[in-house]
Design a protein around this ligand. Structure first.
Ligand code: DCM
Ligand code: DCM
Ligand code: DCM
Ligand code: ZN
Ligand code: ZN
Length: 273
């Protein structure tokens, strides 16, 4: 996701974590405001092109060798690059660093920041997709603007959903997170979705847990992102029909990522004591 998506995911998570998780992470991240998660949600993107952070650039996605729309699927051994890693191995690695109380606090704070970011990214369908580098090479127009498909899914759809963010991601994200939090607590996700979202979550098996999240996002590439394949969409305007199917998917993936991030952080922090 772009910054707006990541910040929204973090605000949703801060609405659901337990009080002890809040205190623990506020201390670790040295921020005792309500923005302690939101404030670090985009940090991983800010370091990925720096010299020291270059090793993390492959951690934001997994390039599933699928063939949308006829075949979707993610296979850890097939798709997670052995040298560069992927978002699934990164979540496992940084979760274990966050759990490792032998590590210096700055390393564990850094691990927390990676976990907060990567739980977001794994829920962006095109971050689990190999075709044209996750859609970066598919040129489209959206509301008349020339963009690539990856950018549309990272940023444009979410921003249109909330009526634009007017260069103020934090207040707009906080508001959207508040709305999605209500949908989870008592609205459209309350009855069935949120219980289903946490099925398969296993702190003793981060690879299987994260792979489950990736498989689910990747399936959306076949149904919603590229329902007629990559060839059909290239050079096209993504009109109202496309947007109206995509927007609820973006909304649910963001809500789900925030709710799962809260559950994951609770599991990590509670297992430390
Ligand atoms: N931090 C870190 N490693 C350091 C120093 C700080 O991971 N060597 C973390 C703690 C905060 C965030 O970075 O989450 C911001 O730190 P600062 O307040 O130093 O900018
Ligand atoms: N950081 C790091 N190693 C570096 C530079 C930065 O681990 N060589 C981390 C420490 C903080 C985060 O980046 O977690 C933010 O650092 P800063 O406040 O220096 O930008
Ligand atoms: N990306 C992806 N899959 C890839 C390559 C990149 O999901 N195989 C993502 C990471 C960024 C965006 O696409 O969100 C742009 O990446 P880059 O700047 O590395 O092209
Ligand atoms: Zn992206
Ligand atoms: Zn990212």
């Amino acid at each position: 996701w772009g910054g707006f998506g990541h910040i929204t995911v973090a605000y949703i998570a801060s609405n659901f974590v337990s009080d002890s998780t809040t205190s623990y992470l506020q201390a670790l991240l040295r921020n005792d405001t309500g923005d302690y998660l939101a404030g670090v949600a985009t940090w991983a993107d800010s370091i990925r092109y720096t010299k020291w952070g270059r090793f993390t650039s492959g951690f934001h996605f997994i390039d599933a060798h699928d063939n949308p729309p006829s075949y979707c699927g993610v296979d850890y051994d097939r798709d997670c690059k052995k040298e560069a890693g992927c978002v699934v191995s990164a979540l496992q690695n940084y979760t274990s660093q966050l759990l490792d109380t032998e590590l210096p606090l700055w390393r564990r704070a850094q691990a927390a920041k990676f976990v907060i970011h990567f739980v977001g990214d794994i829920h962006q369908p095109l971050h689990t997709e190999d075709v044209a580098r996750g859609g970066n090479g598919i040129h489209v127009t959206f509301e008349g603007k020339e963009l690539n498909l990856h950018h549309v899914w990272d940023t444009s759809i979410a921003e249109k959903l909330v009526g634009g963010i007017h260069r103020k991601p934090y207040p707009f994200a906080k508001k959207w997170a508040g709305e999605l939090t209500e949908e989870i607590k008592s609205g459209k996700y309350a009855a069935e979705s949120k219980a289903r979202w946490l099925r398969g979550t296993n702190i003793t098996d981060p690879i299987a847990t994260a792979l489950g999240w990736a498989v689910e996002g990747n399936a959306l590439v076949c149904t919603t992102v590229l329902p007629d394949g990559a060839e059909a969409i290239g050079g096209q305007e993504l009109g109202t029909d496309y947007y109206e199917k995509a927007a609820p998917v973006v909304e649910e993936q963001v809500a789900k990522a925030g709710y799962r991030l809260a559950a994951w952080l609770d599991l990590v922090i509670s297992s430390l004591k």
